[in-house]
Write a protein that binds this ligand. Structure first.
Ligand SMILES: Nc1ncnc2c1ncn2[C@@H]1O[C@H](COP(=O)(O)OP(=O)(O)OP(=O)(O)O)[C@@H](O)[C@H]1O
Ligand SMILES: [Mg+2]
Length: 441
């Protein structure tokens, strides 16, 4: 009933509409009562009985006209078409019934499991993060089930981490391991601008029935409109906020945040924003923190949103603008490297280059010496790697290097983890301590 009342409240009492006066590429210009519209308002462009109505969103204004972008194709749209305002704000009504469901960026079910009932409270798609002064601090370490991350890049409840890698290095596979194995109450997963083929594989094989039962999956594949791709990211976060406010510890994952940035770039360029580095427009760099800051611990009395976002680093350049911006916003980054994947070690995480900014405070003191030792050995080996491979290092010249060579394979085996394996936090530390012949006390 609550949901129904909310729906009735959101209906506009009279039909207010403008008319299409121009279409330029993806942009539709609307003339008429533009004082009734604001950025984010929803319109339905009516191009006659033969065509379905085209949902669109106001993205800007110019010379007395509203600039809109469609959520689907513009087939059939002509000059003078009616554009009816359907809602003044972009809001969505996620509810508990969404659990176990797969939705598109408009919140419509796409899993063939029948209609979806909405929650009672309307939530803004572009809400603000909770006030910084009222937010709780990050919680205890979160078990991600992946040894390399649990031991070397420990993530806490309410922390936000980026997974950075070039294309085909294993981001999506790592994401699927995390979706299945992380110890959280609810997982909200946004598949943004990725391949259509991967969606079913992810839901059926990677997540499985049990995984899906505690998840909500939001999908916008690469062939969908830019607005759908951008909105899928906002909706993912909005659904996560709903479950956080119900007191859950939510895992919010997006694959990938780069596609969100690319969608925002396309929208920005269409409405005439100046391109800056690599064609990214200034709003990309204002929207990224506005989106990512919404993840994190909630205020007192609510749960938290742990954020894991993949970032595609173009051309394996970890300093490209989106990667740089995201790294600066988040509380940690996981670096995956092609060279490691090429030698067949998966997940191809370079633990020496990965950082968790909450790490020193959240790791139990007895585990710190083990971690320090493992890192020392790995970095000694990495420094000497070329000499060792060339045969220029003579065994016995330096005891630390000898030990590093001896242990390297063991640590590398420890970091290697099959797709279907899961190791808990404490078990991982125990294994690491054992292979270094240290004790945890
Ligand atoms: N844990 C793993 N075990 C075995 N193979 C793996 C593992 N992780 C990744 N791979 C291999 O790497 C390939 C690419 O992985 P994935 O699709 O996750 O890359 P990606 O970084 O998401 O790529 P893109 O940026 O193109 O989406 C997989 O098809 C698989 O063959
Ligand atoms: Mg991928």
């Amino acid at each position: 009933m609550k949901a129904l009342f909310a729906e009735i409240d959101s209906l506009l009492p009279t039909e207010i509409y403008g008319r299409v006066t121009a279409v330029k590429g993806l942009l539709v210009e609307i003339a008429g009562p533009i004082h009734e519209m604001s950025v984010g308002s929803r319109l339905l462009i009516d191009s006659g009985e033969a065509n379905p109505k085209v949902p669109a969103e106001v993205v800007g204004f110019r010379e007395g006209r509203a600039l809109c972008m469609p959520f689907s194709g513009l087939e059939g749209v002509r000059m003078g078409c009616k554009a009816v305002i359907s809602s003044r704000e972009s809001v969505m009504h996620p509810g508990n019934a969404w659990l176990g469901r797969v939705v598109n960026a408009l919140g419509e079910p796409i899993d063939g499991k029948g209609p979806l009932s909405n929650g009672g409270v309307p939530r803004k798609l572009r809400s603000s993060p909770p006030p910084a002064s009222e937010r709780k601090r990050v919680g205890p370490p979160l078990d991600l089930g992946v040894r390399a991350l649990n031991s070397f890049v420990t993530c806490c409840e309410g922390q936000r981490m980026g997974i950075f890698a070039g294309s085909g290095v294993g981001k999506s596979v790592l994401m699927s391991m995390l979706a299945r194995n992380t110890r959280c109450d609810i997982a909200v997963i946004g598949l943004i601008g990725e391949r259509g083929r991967e969606v079913q594989e992810f839901i059926e094989d990677d997540l499985g029935e049990d995984g899906l039962a505690r998840s909500v999956v939001v999908v916008a594949t690469s062939d969908e409109s830019v607005l759908m791709r951008r909105q899928a990211a906002y909706l993912t976060m909005t659904v996560a906020e709903h479950f956080r406010d119900e007191g859950n510890n939510v895992l919010c994952m997006m694959d990938s945040i780069t596609r969100f940035a690319m969608a925002q770039r396309e929208i920005g360029l269409s409405i005439g924003e100046p391109p800056t580095s690599k064609g990214y427009t200034p709003t990309v760099f204002t929207e990224l923190p506005r989106l990512l800051e919404r993840a994190g611990p909630g205020v007192e009395g609510t749960g938290s949103i742990t954020g894991l976002f993949t970032v595609l680093v173009e051309g394996d350049n970890h300093n490209e603008p989106v990667a740089d911006a995201v790294r600066g916003i988040l509380d940690g980054h996981v670096v995956m490297e092609r060279a490691i994947a090429e030698r067949g070690r998966y997940p191809a995480i370079n633990v020496l280059k990965s950082v968790s900014r909450t790490m020193p405070r959240c790791v139990p003191p007895e585990q710190l010496p083990v971690l320090r030792k493992a890192k020392q050995l790995l970095s000694t080996y990495t420094d000497m790697e070329e000499l060792i491979r060339l045969g220029a290092y003579r065994k016995g010249s330096d005891p630390t290097v000898d030990e590093a060579i001896h242990r390297f394979e063991l640590i590398d085996d420890f970091l290697n983890q099959g797709k279907d394996e899961a190791t808990s936090l404490s078990e991982g530390y125990l294994q690491l301590a054992n292979l270094l012949e240290m004790t945890l006390d």
